[in-house]
Design a protein around this ligand. Structure first.
Ligand code: SF4
Length: 474
């Protein structure tokens, strides 16, 4: 068996969130822990849990590290029983990487202690924060969440829900929140629905989470997605009501299906697994390649490889084995640290590829460094040819909504075509799935999705917000 050190992945999601509202006091910290564990793929830098007990008292703990490292049985047992709890796992894309920026954010406000967990990126947050600072408000961290908490507090003179609504109306960009305050659990999704958020039940408990896999983990039943622009309120008696932010314009992040979400999650009525399988199937229909075997890059591209193999009739093999016991690579957000940092080891399974013409399927190519190393590894391990198929289009534009596709210049595809990229990564051939097929695999209409990192069509005027102009007068 040949081996090489390669980076694990080039993309990271910003955060995973969960909230549980119970009718009775119970040990919710353990439940949140298991939910966060299911959402670990969405963020590996920090983890935190907050539990409400005795009306508006909140007990919380957050620290840098993986869920499993941050919490142990003793620590979880120190949490009081409560009827509401929220949790958070974080990967930072733009903020500094220290515990001050870990979530949930817990603060004192008009309704006693409140806690917020956030997934996404508010693109006018700096403008809002500057305006608030000029008015005398102070902040201790660089995360969007603190600004949101302040806005909720300012706007709550007519009640908490009104405050949440008025605060969210001032935010532009991507956000899914769970908020714990005044005996209630509140879940909010931005008006584009960019970030996923689902609601489910477990007996009398109501659970809200970034992905359905977290609700499954708790033996709950998924009810539905929180809709774009929806504010869901779960009150003291677990009655569920909702209202909507103005200007709803659905634009769900298509990259959630491509790579970010877990294959066993269901989003918008579509299983991520099925979508990825269909992407592989479409690749087989579009690109008939003279080859001996098909393999997927673990983990997220293995399903698409299966779709390709079953549609084409070629045998599916494991070409790469991933060492699951090496720590995560990209817990550090900067490129320089990434390149120097701890790397995940992938081994080639020589017997499966020696002397063979291999079709290698991956979900995406962002910077290109990973693909280059993997192809080199396969060749050194005896593959005669390596043809690369990508189950999404060329990534050409940055993401401003919480996924660290940060600048055009770092993207291998921003100014290159398939042939040029194929040469750079050392593939015998390279093909990408066209955008219309990606959308078809999602079972939706193009207008339902943000695919801006592929086509540059952002759901909002990002240039306007990047110029730091004020949208709202606060
Ligand atoms: S730009 Fe890409 S990664 Fe960002 S929200 Fe849109 S589809 Fe998702």
């Amino acid at each position: 068996m040949n081996s090489i050190i390669v980076p694990e992945k080039e993309l990271n999601e910003e955060c995973g969130i969960i909230g549980i509202k119970s009718l009775n006091k119970k040990q919710l910290a353990h439940d949140v822990y298991f939910g966060l564990f299911a959402l670990q793929h969405r963020g590996q830098q920090s983890a935190g849990i907050a539990v409400t007990y005795e009306k508006s008292k909140v007990y919380y703990f957050k620290k840098m590290g993986l869920v499993n490292d941050v919490f142990d049985e003793d620590l979880l047992n120190q949490f009081p029983t409560g009827d509401c709890a929220i949790g958070h796992v974080r990967y930072s894309t733009s903020d500094s990487n220290n515990v001050v920026n870990a979530q949930p954010v817990v603060f004192y406000g008009r309704f006693g202690r409140m806690a917020i967990s956030h997934n996404g990126s508010i693109i006018n947050c700096d403008s809002l924060k500057s305006a608030l600072m000029r008015k005398g408000y102070v902040f201790q961290s660089s995360i969007d969440c603190e600004v949101i908490a302040t806005l909720i507090n300012i706007n709550s003179e007519n009640g908490l829900i009104e405050g949440v609504k008025r605060a969210c109306e001032q935010l532009e960009g991507a956000f899914s929140f769970v908020i714990m305050a005044d005996g209630k659990l509140i879940a909010v999704r931005d008006r584009y629905g960019l970030k996923p958020l689902v609601i489910g039940k477990r007996g009398d408990d109501v659970v809200v989470a970034s992905e359905s896999c977290a609700i499954d983990t708790l033996n709950g039943e998924v009810m539905r997605d929180v809709k774009p622009g929806e504010i869901v309120v779960i009150d003291e008696h677990n009655n569920i009501t909702s209202e909507f932010l103005p200007g709803v314009k659905k634009n769900f992040c298509v990259f959630e299906y491509v790579y970010l979400a877990r294959s066993d999650s269901e989003m918008d009525g579509r299983y991520v697994y099925d979508m990825r399988y269909d992407c592989g199937k479409y690749l087989a229909q579009l690109f008939k390649i003279d080859a001996d075997v098909v393999a997927g890059v673990p983990d997220s591209a293995v399903v698409a490889a299966r779709g390709y193999a079953e549609e084409s009739g070629l045998p599916l093999v494991d070409a790469l084995s991933k060492n699951r016991y090496v720590g995560r690579t990209f817990i550090q957000p900067s490129q320089s640290v990434r390149e120097k940092g701890v790397r995940i080891k992938l081994n080639a399974i020589r017997n499966n590829i020696k002397g063979k013409r291999v079709i290698l399927v991956d979900d995406s190519i962002v910077r290109g460094t990973t693909s280059n190393k993997i192809i080199k590894l396969l060749r050194e391990s005896g593959a005669k040819e390596v043809h690369m198929l990508i189950a999404s289009p060329i990534v050409k534009f940055p993401c401003y909504f919480g996924v660290d596709i940060d600048s055009k210049e770092k993207l291998i595809g921003w100014d290159k075509n398939e042939e040029q990229i194929g040469k750079i990564i050392g593939a015998d051939s390279l093909h990408y799935l066209p955008l219309e097929y990606l959308i078809k695999a999602c079972n939706g209409k193009k207008c339902d999705y943000c695919a801006a990192c592929f086509d540059g069509k952002y759901p909002t005027d990002v240039d306007k917000f990047n110029c730091g102009k004020f949208l709202f007068d606060i």
